[in-house]
Design a protein around this ligand. Structure first.
Ligand code: ADP
Ligand code: MG
Ligand code: ZN
Length: 478
């Protein structure tokens, strides 16, 4: 029997506010343990939380970017559970009246557009972190307690690992563009949970699902889904039922294992948070957020195709990160060669970024430097090949491309008289090639060009060199 895969996702994104959700503690990542925590973060008796209005604003903006309805009235609830890194023993979250509902996100799969439903987006606080690596046993870092989160919950509309990955990338991209989260996966700013079930092909009834939490890379997400789908199908084929549970994905071993049985909503004894007033947004406020939405990835991509005449592929890659798009636009504003700029950003620069382990924001040079480099190729000062060497130098330090070319003496030899001397000698030394050309074998030109490039360490202006070679050979043949 064939099976369909059914996936619904829950995505947690930390909001990019400076302070926490209910107090003025900093949300900064990487601070010394337990230095960003106050009685409010820890939920000590007698404290009173006050909601950070930026949190409400960011959640609403995220909802608008994902085509949700924004509620005029929503409220916070307590979700009771004990966990060592949640000293309050409850998480302040939203239960039955979340701030955003009913959105959709369109993803492109194999050239077709597919809508994925967004059930809801709610506001909640993050928990702290357990540190297991200490010799003293497990320690708790409470800095993350009270960092604002949104949780985005999807309909079970995703049907493959590939779709899940495309969807997750799109969500990350959109949140990043909207500026509501920095979406740094390596810092846990965005985390993906996968709910997955399988069912006989074409059946309308959903199977029993399992949940895998905190998949923290797109690769882990894809692999975890492939593994879990295969596991469930194998179990069903053996006649074993699927147990509704939370499973842990081990990315090193490439397997998932059972963590705990799934809790139900009633286990949490949700109740309205008595210390916080409801969240009220007027239509005017919501409209203002809507008007202020920036250009989103999809719109940008369409504009790149139209305005810069870029292939769809290029437009997709360049807009896949807000920072790459910014670098592209700033460079193109200085040199009107969109396809050349695109090639440098898509092909030449990424391997250097990877090697240096930096992001495009941390480049040791600016758009004006990339523009200068491309301008030097355009005006024939350097060849494309030399330009790649210049780029390597640009990654090393503060020098601008022009200064590098000058210092290294890498400018192309465009001085005809100097080239003539070199070429004359090469033609003289290769009578066989000349004879080949005389008997109609044009390929021998290639050999001569190669010799010229070798003699000039690749710096001969190829167009000029070619002209001179032809001239000198003709003179020889007579
Ligand atoms: P919970 O309250 O346990 O988190 P929800 O009903 O809110 O459960 O669903 C959580 C996620 O699981 C949603 O993304 C939803 O689309 C998905 N989901 C629900 N049922 C299934 C199923 N049978 N198979 C796959 N995904 C499912
Ligand atoms: Mg849930
Ligand atoms: Zn605090």
């Amino acid at each position: 029997m064939d099976y369909d895969i059914v996936i619904g996702m829950e995505i947690h994104a930390e909001l990019a506010t400076k302070s926490k959700i209910f107090c003025s503690c900093s949300t900064e990542f990487g601070a010394e343990e337990n230095t960003h925590a106050c009685p409010v973060c820890l939920g000590l008796p007698g404290v009173l939380p006050v909601i950070n209005e930026k949190v409400v604003e960011y959640a609403a903006r995220a909802g608008l970017a994902l085509n949700c309805e924004i509620a005029n009235f929503s409220k916070m609830d307590r979700k009771n559970y004990f966990y060592p890194d949640l000293p309050k023993a409850y998480q302040t979250s939203q239960f039955d009246l979340p701030i955003c509902t009913g959105g959709t996100v369109e993803i492109d799969v194999d050239g077709e557009t597919k809508p994925i439903g967004i059930t809801r987006i709610h506001i909640e606080e993050d928990a702290g972190k357990l540190l297991h690596e200490s010799a003293d046993g497990t320690l708790v870092d409470t800095n993350r307690c009270g960092v604002p989160l949104i949780e985005i919950v999807t309909e079970p509309d995703i049907t493959s690992a590939e779709e899940a990955k495309i969807f997750a990338e799109k969500i990350r991209n959109t949140l990043e563009y909207t500026g509501v989260s920095d979406c740094k996966m390596e810092e846990g700013s965005i985390r993906f949970d996968v709910n997955l079930s399988v069912k006989p092909k074409g059946s309308d009834t959903l199977g029993t699902r399992t949940e895998m939490k905190n998949l923290n890379s797109f690769r882990a997400l894809e692999r975890a889904i492939q593994y879990e789908a295969r596991r469930q199908i194998t179990e069903l084929k053996k006649g074993h039922p699927i147990i509704q549970e939370t499973r842990k994905w081990d990315d090193t071993k490439g397997v998932s294992s059972s963590l705990r049985s799934k809790e139900e909503a009633h286990d949490y004894r949700y109740f309205p948070e008595p210390d916080l007033v409801p969240i009220v947004l007027t239509d005017e406020q919501i409209q203002k957020f809507r008007d202020e939405l920036p250009e989103l990835p999809e719109q940008k991509r369409a504009r790149y195709i139209k305005e810069y005449n870029l292939p769809e592929y290029d437009a997709g890659v360049l807009t896949s990160s807000k920072d790459t798009a910014r670098f592209f636009e700033e460079t193109v504003a200085l040199i009107d060669k969109p396809k050349a700029v695109s090639n440098w950003l898509m092909v030449e620069i990424p391997p250097h970024l990877k090697e240096a382990e930096i992001t495009i924001n941390e480049l040791p040079f600016e758009p004006k430097d990339l523009a200068e480099l491309i301008a030097m190729i355009e005006d024939g000062t350097i060849s494309g090949k030399i330009a790649k060497k210049v780029l390597t130098e640009m990654f090393k330090g503060e020098k601008a491309p022009k200064a590098i070319v000058e210092e290294k003496g890498w400018a192309q030899m465009s001085d005809a008289s100097e080239l003539e001397g070199i070429i004359e000698k090469i033609v003289e030394e290769n009578p066989k090639s000349v004879a080949d050309i005389a008997s109609g074998n044009e390929k021998a030109y290639g050999f001569l060009t190669g010799q010229v490039m070798k003699a000039t360490k690749g710096q001969a202006n190829p167009k000029l060199a070619n002209e001179i070679i032809r001239k000198k050979v003709k003179e020889k043949i007579g």
